[in-house]
Ligand binder design. Structure first.
Ligand SMILES: Nc1ncnc2c1ncn2[C@@H]1O[C@H](COP(=O)(O)OP(=O)(O)OP(=O)(O)O)[C@@H](O)[C@H]1O
Length: 227
């Protein structure tokens, strides 16, 4: 049980039910995520991982339940929540005609987190995109596009990352870059929800697991891991 003076979780789901359900129907999801923690959402294709992330991102209205941000229902103070959150969907949200560097600047501007040019150049280097910074995004490979979208999330510096299969299409070096970015984000007090068929590779002490298959079998959600 949490001590009375402990801060509430940064993110929580209480009885959250997707109107899409999974293969076994509708079951409520509950979890609590504190600063410095990552929730790994795993499960079979169609088990509801994307639907859960879309509900957390405010893009899919739940059938029941609520999303809590610092203990308060996000519907009561949506601006504070959306200003603190970055969502990476299956698509990368790139503009094909703009160059990789222009896409990065544009994404940061739209997120309200513009960054100085040296930091943009440094991040492009970190993600091994400096060689294609001037290329139109439509010429980027699948993995390069994913890396660019991830670079925007990292550089944006939001407190909460919601990442739907961020590792899709990434090579070994980029997977390592993603793991390091997640570690740094958690170490800085950030939180993340990551849907993936792979283990995120973050320290066990900072990682919870929500298995959508278990919850589909049992009829309710289970979150295990750190307390
Ligand atoms: N746009 C939609 N309209 C209606 N049902 C949908 C829609 N998108 C997904 N579903 C259904 O919702 C359920 C959960 O799908 P979801 O995409 O959340 O699963 P997932 O666990 O992310 O799968 P995957 O691992 O294949 O990405 C599935 O039964 C799917 O058919």
């Amino acid at each position: 049980m949490r001590p009375a003076d402990a801060p509430p979780p940064v993110l929580g789901a209480r009885g959250l039910v997707s109107r899409r359900g999974g293969p076994r129907g509708l079951a409520p999801v509950d979890f609590e995520l504190h600063a410095g923690q990552l929730l790994h959402v795993r499960g079979a294709n169609g088990s509801g991982k994307t639907s859960l992330l879309r509900m957390l991102a405010g893009l899919l209205r739940p059938l029941a339940g609520s999303v809590l941000w610092h203990g308060g229902d996000v519907r009561r103070a949506p601006s504070a929540y959306f200003a603190s959150m970055a969502f990476l969907a299956h698509g990368n949200g790139l503009c094909g005609e703009l160059s990789a560097a222009e896409n990065l600047r544009y994404a940061l501007h739209v997120a309200g987190t513009p960054q100085p040019e040296p930091r943009i150049a440094e991040t492009l280097r970190d993600w091994r995109l400096d060689g294609c910074a001037g290329l139109p995004a439509l010429r980027l490979s699948q993995g390069q596009s994913r890396r660019l979208a991830l670079a925007a999330i990292v550089l944006g510096g939001k407190a909460l990352w919601l990442l739907d299969e961020p590792d899709a299409g990434l090579d070994a070096a980029s997977l390592e870059q993603l793991r390091a970015a997640l570690d740094a984000h958690l170490a800085a007090g950030g939180a993340a929800v990551v849907a993936s068929h792979r283990e995120p590779g973050t320290a066990a002490a900072h990682t919870q697991t929500l298995d959508m298959d278990d919850y589909a079998d049992a009829g309710y959600a289970v979150a295990v891991g750190v307390t």
